[in-house]
Design a protein around this ligand. Sequence first.
Ligand code: BDR
Ligand code: CA
Length: 313
Amino acid sequence: MSARKIIIDTDPGQDDAVAILLALASPDEIEVLGLTAVAGNVPLALTHKNARIICELAGRADVPVYAGCDAPMSRPLVTAEHVHGKTGLDGPDLPDPVMGLADGHAVDYIIETLRAQDAGTVTLCPLGPLTNIAMAFQKAPDIVAKVQEIVLMGGAYFEVGNITPTAEFNIYVDPEAAEIVFKSGAPITVVPLDVTHKALVTPARNAAFRAIGTPVGIAVGKMTDFFERFDKEKYASPGAPLHDPCVTAYLIQPDLFTGRHINVEIETRSDLTLGMTVADWWGVTDRTPNAMFLGDVDADGFFALLTERLARL
Ligand code: BDR
Ligand code: CA
């Protein structure tokens, strides 16, 4: 089987960084066409810089990185420096990138790339707020037919929320964009907190990253250490959830995950529950299913895959 063509839309973020590294380490399964940066964990100027830092860490300065939207569609930007540090990639000391940004806006890149491909052949992997993807769908609705699948990190049902009591960060930051994507008709797979809160970087898993002994392994060890501080305290758990790499792991080994094909709607009006993913997990409505909503992961299998692949870089 040929490698699946993907565009990673991202707001790095230590866990975004690990997701990108996993994809770049897996060329048999994944062909990364390009990275599109969006404002999220930190402002856009840092997310596109961090995306380039990670490409260079992986020895892949040939992957084009495009800058996208610097704010949500209709709201002020909310960031998460309290989780990721002020650079978004706090932890390792990585050099500033030498590679430049690719010319043009990420939204136009997404549109042009999809238009140039056959129907149903490009997978979009959003790891941050859905602003770039929604803007592209709004500007060029014809490209939805070109999407093979959208595999996104966002939302929650059983775990409810992390940035508010009822909302996960990526969906909360741009709920209007999320609504456009979930109503687009494209095949969607959701990796919610229900899954990622089972993918915990325990001390043993962190040690396995460091034991790789390469610049990538050591950087991932340091990144996930930093990232762990906040979440470990918050959840009083033995390790922090490693959210975004679950998306790229799903593309490589989908049988690590289970879920249900259900209806998912986005709350865009309530102040109290803004950005909630209203997931009909129990099938109590007659609303049409629009997403494969994952619920579980084989965490040991996931970390074994991740560690083995990172060692290839
Ligand atoms: C999501 O929010 C960000 O902080 C992480 O990078 C991840 O994409 C988890 O809620
Ligand atoms: Ca992210």
